[in-house]
Design a protein around this ligand. Structure first.
Ligand code: AMP
Length: 581
């Protein structure tokens, strides 16, 4: 397939913010994509090279792309840099300079989707001496054969910043429209569809469920093209991470009972980080909730699981809570988060900051998928296969009740022990990967916080010069667009020994700087901060329509991917909840 067919669709999608229109264009592209290019198209349409469960990044710096544009267009580095400063998007810069390139060198070879994908994938494999030059060569080879629009999207894909918002929901629906037996009539005049709603929702749910289990839209699209029965076969594979089930929030025990029904299972809500632990063919693999593999960082967990969980193969869900090896006291996430990042002296850190596993769910056991097995039975199975050992591995402390007074006592007991609150879970519910469906809800003790992504900052002045300060924060909408909610500086320290510092944050953010003008810096959404605030107000100043008042940084959430930050719905909900109280 020609790369230009894909570029045509990028251009159409970029020019609209309407979800149905995007879905329409993507579904048309999918219909005409040959089988051999399907996997590639599904990835490239969102500017990706790897499926969601594979965390490899291209990791090419803007400077290197600049060189490639220079090599392929003949435009001088200074001119390219100047244009970049003016336009702020290297993709558009490439578009501009390649447009003015002499026609004779153009179109020497028509680019195919497969060629672009293969060159880009090779970028990631390259390391060591000469690799920078080879990378420049791989990119400029593509740019030399590209017309200006192709160049624009090649550059943006290399920089992992496609600037074409396509959310999971849009891609899922496009797969439904393209391949599944349902007649969807799209009306371009009023951007609407005519469809048998009931049947449509049923099919959308089947596709969503296949995605939640596989975390891989290519697998889903390939199966969908073969039909509904193939799609239903897409299942969990131990060793490959699955999206975790998420919790809704409630404000009272009554609200919790109402959501999950009675009797309900209440559990302590531990304040650590989520771990999904797989065993397959004798091998243990550990993933965080953002589906990053962290097996190497937790050797003691591997050992503990081997010794204390019976079974040939399984996927279990738990909260790992760090504690101080000297005092035995639980530590907040901030301390333990070091373990997720650590690449060296792992054993030493493991001895200093051990974790206790609090097991609360199981998704797969000895070849059987347990997603549709009622929660109370999944818990019973856990009780059979896990042999508890204090401070290493325990089942989440539970209580089954319909009684509000008993529940409140359990809640107080949990908070007194240093936990965040309690979870309330429906006994009969299935496990829905990736969903916040309300089969489990959380009741927290403290004022709630939001997890927001840094999308901008300012270079500091005076004693803060050299540091990024005043961080712009954003939540996310369902199409994956980041919407600003205000700025924060409070809570970040000048001295490193006092906690999260400007120096530390600057180091984390610098590789993600997209654009600078004066002191203002635009940053690629990568780093998630947990933010406390006094109040939320409606505000026309920020693109979310809301502004946080007196925000304060609590900590960096290394375990959250940017797309997992708080949604605009959560911000609205927090706004509405405060009005009631
Ligand atoms: P939140 O991170 O505030 O959305 O709360 C949900 C998180 O609480 C889950 O993702 C888990 O990481 C954590 N958690 C702690 N204890 C439990 C438990 N007993 N059951 C389920 N999740 C728990």
């Amino acid at each position: 397939m020609k790369y230009s067919s894909l570029v045509e669709v990028y251009e159409k999608i970029e020019s609209t913010s309407k979800r149905l229109e995007k879905t329409y264009h993507i579904s048309n592209l999918l219909k005409k994509t040959p089988d051999e290019d399907l996997q590639t198209i599904i990835l490239l349409i969102r500017g990706r090279l790897y499926p969601d469960w594979d965390k490899r990044k291209i990791g090419v710096a803007s400077k290197l792309v600049l060189k490639a544009i220079n090599a392929s267009s003949g435009a001088g580095i200074n001119k390219i840099e100047q244009l970049w400063r003016e336009i702020g998007d290297l993709g558009l810069v490439a578009d501009r300079v390649i447009k003015t390139k002499s026609q004779s060198t153009l179109f020497s070879a028509k680019l195919t989707v497969a060629k672009v994908f293969s060159n880009l994938r090779r970028l990631n494999d390259m390391e060591g001496a000469g690799s920078v030059d080879r990378k420049v060569q791989l990119i400029s080879e593509l740019l030399s054969s590209a017309d200006e629009k192709e160049a624009k999207y090649i550059v943006r894909t290399v920089l992992e910043d496609l600037r074409v918002g396509i959310g999971d929901g849009t891609l899922r629906d496009a797969i439904v429209w393209a391949y599944l037996p349902i007649d969807v009539k799209y009306n371009p005049e009023n951007v609407s569809i005519d469809v048998d709603r009931e049947k449509y929702n049923e099919i959308v749910n089947i596709v969503q469920s296949a995605y939640d289990k596989s975390n891989d839209f290519s697998t889903v699209a390939i199966a969908a093209r073969k039909g509904v029965s193939e799609l239903k076969k897409v299942g969990l594979i131990p060793g490959k991470p699955v999206k975790v089930m998420l919790a809704q929030k409630v404000l009272s025990v009554d609200g919790g009972f109402e959501k999950v029904g009675v009797p309900a299972e209440l559990e302590y809500k531990y304040d650590g980080f989520r771990m999904q632990i797989h065993k397959s063919e004798g091998k243990i693999t550990i993933f965080t909730r953002r589906l990053e593999e962290v097996t190497k960082q937790f050797p003691e967990v591997v050992k503990c699981i081997n010794e204390h969980v019976k079974g040939e193969s399984f996927i279990i869900d738990c909260e790992a809570v760090g504690y101080d090896s000297k005092t035995g006291k639980y530590l907040v996430f901030q301390h333990v988060s070091q373990r997720i990042k650590r690449k060296h002296n792992i054993q030493e850190l493991a001895a200093k900051l051990p974790v206790e596993l609090n097991i609360f769910d199981i998704l797969y056991y000895n070849g059987e998928v347990l997603l549709d097995v009622p929660f109370e039975e999944r818990r019973k199975l856990l009780e059979k296969i896990v042999s508890e050992k204090q401070s290493e591995i325990i089942l989440a402390k539970k209580l089954v009740t319909s009684d509000k007074k008993v529940a409140l006592k359990f809640y107080e007991e949990s908070v007194e022990k240093g936990n965040e609150g309690i979870m309330l879970k429906s006994l009969k519910s299935v496990y829905k990967p990736g969903s916040r469906v309300g089969f489990m809800v959380k009741l927290k003790s403290q004022m709630d916080t939001l997890d927001l992504v840094i999308v901008g900052a300012e270079w500091g002045e005076g004693k803060r010069s050299g540091w990024l300060t005043s961080f712009s924060l954003a939540c996310i909408d369902e199409d994956g667009n980041y919407l600003e909610t205000g700025k924060v500086g409070t809570g970040v320290k000048e001295k490193e020994e006092e906690g999260l510092s400007f120096g530390e944050l600057t180091k984390m953010l610098e590789p993600h700087i997209k654009q600078e003008s004066g002191r203002a810096v635009v940053i690629k959404p990568e780093i998630v901060l947990e933010i406390k605030f006094e109040e939320i107000q409606k505000s026309p100043t920020y693109s979310s329509g809301y502004a946080l008042r007196f925000p304060r940084v609590i900590q960096v959430r290394e375990d959250r991917a940017p797309e997992e930050c708080s949604t605009i719905e959560m911000v609205k909900e927090a706004f509405n909840n405060q009005k009631k109280t």
